[in-house]
Design a protein around this ligand. Structure first.
Ligand SMILES: [Zn+2]
Length: 323
């Protein structure tokens, strides 16, 4: 069947757009039917060169060709690898490339739902790749803890069905897509957001060829304060438990744990509970600490009996309570 387009043009698989164009021009001049009248081989060769150029000069069709080879048009028609929401989810986050997908950036407060993308792709000599659209996503701390999913709809770049994404039909610019080779269609899908994301975490997905960067904001929590992988919280304990020692119940993001308070625990003392903090991004089995600050609660509405006992305690401690 068709020869390898790169061989046809005599270029390397990594050749840039300029090299593709230069190789095409050189060969087209050489094999042009006007110059090689009556030579069947030359005509055939010219067609091949033309075809190779049409496919390789368009980044989208070239990408398909690189991936599917001679079957690239079928792959494109079938559409499964590029248009299906299911497939998209699995391509969403590549655990082997976490470094790329997540990096700290500026946070900020945004709407809690995805906005529909209105991104436009810019094309020009210097813009070979689609610009990434940034989409804010706001999560609860619980969602950041467990990981979650979000529905996402973007204007995805889809290969033009009229020209199979080539942009050219019979050497004329395709009218359906104005020679662009693609059109924008709504693409829906579900994005997995991994456990451990924090303010400013960026999750990159590519639905329909459109790069989307989700910028995460985590809502403040009523009970837990977060600092990286560590959480902190406060618990109130009766003063008697603080003095005599007791087992206190500490809420966590997954339930509660018991904290053994030693006798004479001071108000404001901080206890560290290992592995009760946030999961580490990319290694969710590792977790940060939970720091628990003790607030002692003094009794009110004392009975006469209790008041008498406190007076007795004060006498024993040798404090008069006033000068
Ligand atoms: Zn078209």
């Amino acid at each position: 069947m068709a020869s390898d387009y790169y061989n046809v043009l005599g270029i390397d698989r990594n050749a840039g757009e300029k090299e593709v164009r230069a190789a095409f021009r050189k060969l087209a001049r050489k094999y042009h039917p006007d110059i090689n009248r009556g030579e069947a081989n030359a005509t055939e060769r010219f067609k091949e060169i033309n075809e190779a150029h049409e496919v390789l000069s368009n980044p989208d069709s070239r990408r398909l060709y690189d991936r599917y080879g001679d079957n690239w048009r079928d792959a494109q028609r079938g559409g499964a690898p590029f248009q299906g929401g299911r497939r998209w989810r699995t391509e969403t986050i590549d655990p082997e490339a976490f470094e790329d997908f997540f990096s700290s950036g500026s946070g900020g407060f945004f709407d809690s739902f995805f906005r529909t993308a209105r991104g436009t792709r810019q094309r020009g000599p210097s813009a070979q790749r689609p610009l990434a659209i940034e989409q804010p996503v706001e999560l609860t701390l619980e969602e950041a803890f467990h990981g979650t999913t979000r529905a996402l709809q973007v204007a995805g770049q889809m290969p033009c069905s009229a020209c199979n994404g080539v942009g050219v039909i019979s050497r004329q610019a395709c009218r359906a897509c104005l020679g662009q080779g693609y059109s924008y269609q709504p693409v829906r899908g579900e994005v997995s957001i991994p456990a451990g994301v924090d303010n400013g975490s960026r999750v990159r997905v590519s639905p329909g060829g459109q790069q989307v960067v989700l910028v995460v904001t985590v809502q403040p929590h009523l009970r837990f304060e977060r600092k990286g992988e560590d959480l902190s919280t406060e618990i109130t304990v009766p003063v008697y438990d603080a003095i005599l020692g007791a087992e206190a119940v500490v809420p966590t993001l997954t339930g509660q744990v018991a904290l053994k308070l030693p006798p004479e625990s001071q108000n404001g003392r901080v206890f560290r509970l290992g592995r009760q903090g946030m999961p580490k991004l990319g290694a969710p089995s590792e977790r940060g600490n939970l720091f628990v600050t003790i607030r002692t609660e003094l009794p009110t509405d004392l009975s006469d009996e209790e008041r008498g006992m406190f007076e007795r305690l004060r006498e024993i401690r040798g404090n008069s309570g006033g000068e």
